[in-house]
Design a protein around this ligand. Structure first.
Ligand SMILES: Nc1nc2c(ncn2[C@@H]2O[C@H](COP(=O)(O)OP(=O)(O)OP(=O)(O)O)[C@@H](O)[C@H]2O)c(=O)[nH]1
Ligand SMILES: [Mg+2]
Length: 244
């Protein structure tokens, strides 16, 4: 489904003549296909209870992302105030291509940046959690450009940690020009896609991570949520060896 959308957007950019957008959309489709091809997994490398922490600044949509990935509204969400106050385990089960059950647990946590006192408390909470995690999903709101809190926390907690990190740009339908969002296909418009790609590269350089480790998602538009789930699975489970 996501792939069809991507090709739909690529076709539309072809019609409207934006070669940079075509290139980035096709690259995104190629990356998706590569991920999908890896979806026959061998056993987990990290034991049975795979745990994925969802970290980031308050309001970026961590709890909403957890609910979307789990396919159930298990975590409370707020449109107006910092919401999550305690960690919450959220189970996710998946049968990639009708194959073997693949499961992991998302750990939803309170967000950073509310007050200095809360930050101290929550940073300590993140720090205690990291040794129990197999992966951290670090969420950044796509239309946010104030990185200080997130960057400091990431550097302090994870830069030298062995825990892998996957970055997620959330709420990408809010990237300008907002009115270009393609509601019919639920995909970004061409100019939005160009700006999302620029944002990915900016975040890659700010946080010093590879662009391939940054996935863009919109929960309200169900855009690339499936792709994110596959990306998480591919980082948790070893792909089958080419010789098998
Ligand atoms: N437009 C839009 N809004 C979203 C999206 N994802 C989440 N939101 C909204 O963003 C607001 C904050 O979402 P939460 O999931 O509570 O954010 P959070 O990061 O868990 O916040 P804390 O628990 O305070 O750390 C809510 O109003 C959500 O409905 C999205 O993809 N698009
Ligand atoms: Mg929350």
């Amino acid at each position: 489904m996501d792939q069809n959308r991507i090709f739909g957007t690529a076709l539309s950019s072809y019609i409207h003549g934006s070669s940079a957008a075509i290139a980035s959309i096709l690259e995104s489709a190629r990356a998706t296909r590569q991920l999908l091809e890896q979806l026959e997994f061998v056993e987990p490398t990290h034991g049975d209870a795979l745990r994925v922490g969802v970290f980031g600044v308050t309001g970026v949509g961590k709890s909403s992302l957890c609910n979307a990935l789990a396919g159930q509204d298990l975590a409370a969400v707020s449109a107006v105030a910092a919401c999550t106050r305690k960690t919450q385990d959220i189970p996710v089960v998946s049968y990639p291509f009708g194959g073997k059950l693949r499961a992991f647990t998302l750990v939803d946590v309170p967000g950073l940046g509310e007050t200095p006192a809360r930050d101290a408390e929550y940073l300590e909470l993140y720090k205690q959690l990291i040794p129990q995690l197999d992966l951290v999903v670090w969420a950044i709101k796509a239309d946010d450009r104030a990185y200080t809190i997130g960057m400091n926390a990431y550097r302090t907690l994870l830069k030298s940690s062995r825990c892998p990190v996957l970055f997620v740009l959330t709420q990408v339908e809010k990237v300008e020009p907002v009115r270009h969002w393609n509601s019919l296909g639920s995909t970004p418009g061409i100019r939005q896609m160009e700006n999302i790609e620029k944002k990915r590269s900016e975040v890659a350089s700010a946080f010093n991570v590879a662009e391939e480790r940054i996935v863009s998602v919109s929960v309200t538009e169900s855009y690339q949520v499936e792709q994110l789930r596959y990306h998480i699975l591919s980082m948790l489970y070893e792909p089958v060896q080419a010789s098998r």
